[in-house]
Design a protein around this ligand. Structure first.
Ligand code: EPU
Length: 423
């Protein structure tokens, strides 16, 4: 089982060469949920074969979908015709928070969903109140039990509605958008998240018959249709992987080219890296990290898109331990996303936690190899980067948490000159 695997990393290696960015986890997961909206076959290219997307495929298979995968060509085909009901049960559902994305499409197609609660995780409580409130607004009834909930549509089709999101939520926005596609009449969504993956999903659904306006802005208007079809979807390059690799180049004081990416999707991040002293050449679909960077402490606050992504906060926090001076990191989205800094401190960094949302970093500090445990995906990759710049050997346990979002990361980083063994 991958869960028991570890990484052993020898620090201090210089990197050189090019690394390609893979398809985005947080786009692939959403289009996988959308396949339930129709009976037609979809082909997805540039598909990331990571643990989270594999779990989502298993969920679809359990529901009855037929799936063909071609890992070598990063392509999958899904036939959702045989999906017969909306039962989301079992350990898989608990393991993958994104399983909540299937509820809206299943409810629209079958009028009934039975689901156990999807798990929270160490980055925060991850409530689902906004989803359940939303489904009720579309005219369905929610019944709670200790282990889950049952949602039943009160009429044959869901009814369009108006939802003002009390908090900006990415999967919440996507879930309500997908639910509205087949609802009767007009739905207005206000205070929506604006991540590029939302607009990409909306464009795909529109190409196949949906009527969604305003995706990528705070207000969306969706005219429900009776039926949508399916087609080809190419997964956009992962902006979080892109930013992580750029930060890795800076941490390793190496010249690398991050290829197949969309620098435009890092609108808030790249100027901050430049302000911190990064020497970057930014092309249309690549970012070259150049040598000669003297890093200066530069504070950040995470923010919903287009602000500084919370998913890039952990590697950026590590970067600031190598910068001259004091920086403040303010994590505004998730209350558990700075606790991994304890593990960096055990390697030698000087990070003081002011409260769960804020740390102050004094840099630069040297790091020493340690045995660490990956708490979650983004902190996990950050510990890998920390191991790569530490003196001596770092062992990272619970590599499953990293494989959830980064495909063959050890092999890909080793091809740049890193020294990472999977044991
Ligand atoms: N929230 C509620 N109630 C809800 C839903 C959300 O209070 O019903 C709160 C959350 O607790 C949080 C805030 O709203 O404080 C924003 O969370 P959001 O719902 O936007 O997070 P998410 O949609 O569950 C997605 C990504 C995360 C990414 C966040 C923020 C996916 C599958 N996940 O999560 O990605 O950090 O948006 O950008 O798209 C990751 O890839 O490592 C990851 C965690």
């Amino acid at each position: 089982m991958k869960k028991e695997q570890k990484f052993e990393i020898q620090g201090g290696r210089e990197l050189r060469g090019e690394i390609k960015v893979n398809g985005a986890k947080n786009s692939a997961l959403k289009v996988l949920a959308s396949v339930v909206l129709t009976e037609e076959e979809i082909e997805i290219t540039n598909f990331p074969f990571i643990e989270d997307t594999k779990r989502m495929l298993e969920l679809l298979e359990n529901l009855g979908a037929e799936i063909e995968t071609d890992e070598k060509n990063k392509t999958i085909k899904i036939k959702p015709k045989e999906i017969k009901d909306g039962n989301l049960r079992g350990e898989l559902v608990k393991k993958l928070r994104a399983s909540i994305l299937l509820v809206g499409p299943l409810l629209a197609r079958f009028g009934k969903v039975n689901m156990i609660y999807p798990g929270g995780c160490v980055i925060g409580k991850r409530p689902i109140d906004i989803f359940l409130d939303g489904f009720q607004k579309f005219g369905s009834k929610v019944e709670w039990s200790d282990e889950g909930f049952k949602i039943t549509s009160r009429q044959k089709r869901l009814i369009g509605t108006t939802i003002f999101f009390p908090k900006i939520t990415v999967t919440g926005t996507e879930a309500m958008m997908m639910t509205a596609v087949l609802a009767e009449g007009k739905t207005v969504l206000k205070n929506c998240a604006m991540e590029p993956e939302i607009k990409i999903l909306a464009n795909y659904l529109n190409e196949n018959g949906a009527k969604i306006q305003g995706a990528g802005t705070p207000t969306m208007i969706i005219e429900g249709v009776e039926k949508i079809s399916a087609g080809n979807f190419s997964v956009v390059p992962d902006r979080i992987e892109t930013g992580t690799f750029v930060i890795m180049g800076l941490l390793c004081k190496s010249e690398i080219i991050v290829k197949n990416c969309v620098p435009d999707h890092l609108g808030a991040v790249l100027p901050i890296l430049k302000k911190a002293g990064a020497n970057l050449e930014i092309g249309e679909d690549y970012i070259k990290v150049k040598k000669g960077t003297a890093l200066k402490a530069t504070s950040i606050s995470t923010h919903e898109y287009p602000g500084f992504a919370t998913d890039l906060q952990p590697p950026y926090t590590l970067l600031m331990t190598q910068a001259e001076g004091m920086s403040l990191i303010h994590e505004t989205i998730f209350e558990g996303r700075l606790f991994f800094t304890d593990q960096l401190n055990s390697m030698g960094t000087a990070i003081v936690m002011c409260d769960p949302h804020r740390v102050v970093i004094s840099g630069p500090t040297g790091l020493y190899g340690k045995t660490l445990t990956s708490p979650d995906l983004r902190a996990g990759i950050t510990l890998v980067l920390a191991g790569m710049i530490a003196f001596g050997k770092t062992t990272i346990e619970n590599v499953y948490q990293i494989d959830r979002g980064y495909e063959n990361i050890d092999e890909r980083l080793n091809s740049l000159g890193a020294d990472i063994k999977r044991v």
